[in-house]
Design a protein. Structure first.
Length: 256
């Protein structure tokens, strides 16, 4: 068997009903290349590796889990990337789908990794800490709406699928969990300068209690700052508002 490592945030899914719901959600959309993040004890993996007609890979940092998975499921030989998801290069050429019971201690960082790969990611079905899932799905005006909400929703439509009780895991985490799905926007938003857009969103929410005019003063000229939109706070702006504001700003200074 294997040991559970708290240092890696390991809480392994053991409820077969939840496993079945996640697999069903994944298969609602067609795919030919699939990456599983954090297979752990293989609760999802044993169902995924046998899906016909796809190329499957999994990324797992824990060497003990890599050995366990390869010994338990011989079909995984050569399909596991033994590394941190945060350090690997793009795992496939062309479009691919992502699935995982994501390690909660790095789940926000995983989402930023997904944003790096957004041009090729055709769907993400993932389990997150409930608070993170709610943050990703939050709309403007909600107190949980923030940097992750805007940046993810600028490129993906977010579906909040279902919640998962603590007792569905071994060991039970001290937080509730939820499964969400990300699908690329059918009509991409016209983000002209991505580097400036990211800077704008992060700067605005890093001082979210301030009026926008004070929070992002260094990013716009004085004439632009007279616009009434700067009388609002960051959480009052929709994703589309941020895109429009970014496109009207001095983005040329932030070319990547």
């Amino acid at each position: 068997m294997y040991t559970l490592k708290k240092s890696l945030g390991q809480h392994f899914l053991r409820d077969e009903n939840i496993v079945a719901k996640i697999i069903a959600a994944l298969q609602e959309r067609a795919f030919t290349q699939l990456l599983e993040i954090g297979p752990g004890g293989g609760a999802l993996t044993r169902h995924l590796v046998g899906i016909p007609g796809i190329v499957f890979k999994a990324v797992e940092l824990d060497e003990e889990k890599v050995r366990f998975l390869e010994n338990t499921y011989p079909a995984l030989k050569g399909k596991i990337i033994h590394d941190s998801i945060l350090d690997i290069s793009r795992p496939f050429e062309g479009a691919f789908t992502v699935i995982g019971n994501f390690p909660y201690n790095i789940s926000s960082q995983i989402l930023f990794k997904i944003l790096e790969w957004k041009d090729d990611v055709e769907a993400v079905t993932g389990m997150f800490q409930k608070e993170v899932a709610q943050r990703v799905a939050a709309k403007h005006g909600n107190k949980t709406y923030g940097i992750l909400s805007v940046l993810i929703q600028a490129y993906f439509e977010v579906e909040y699928l279902f919640e998962v009780h603590e007792q569905c895991f071994n060991p039970p985490p001290k937080v509730k969990s939820a499964v969400i799905r990300l699908i690329p926007r059918t009509e991409p938003l016209p983000i002209r300068n991505e580097a400036f857009f990211f800077t704008l969103v992060k700067t605005a929410f890093n001082q979210r209690r301030k009026m926008l005019r004070n929070a992002v003063r260094n990013l716009f000229d004085d004439t632009m700052l007279k616009n009434p939109i700067f009388d609002k706070r960051a959480e009052q702006l929709s994703v589309e508002d941020f895109v429009e504001l970014g496109n009207r700003g001095e983005g040329r200074r932030y070319e990547a």
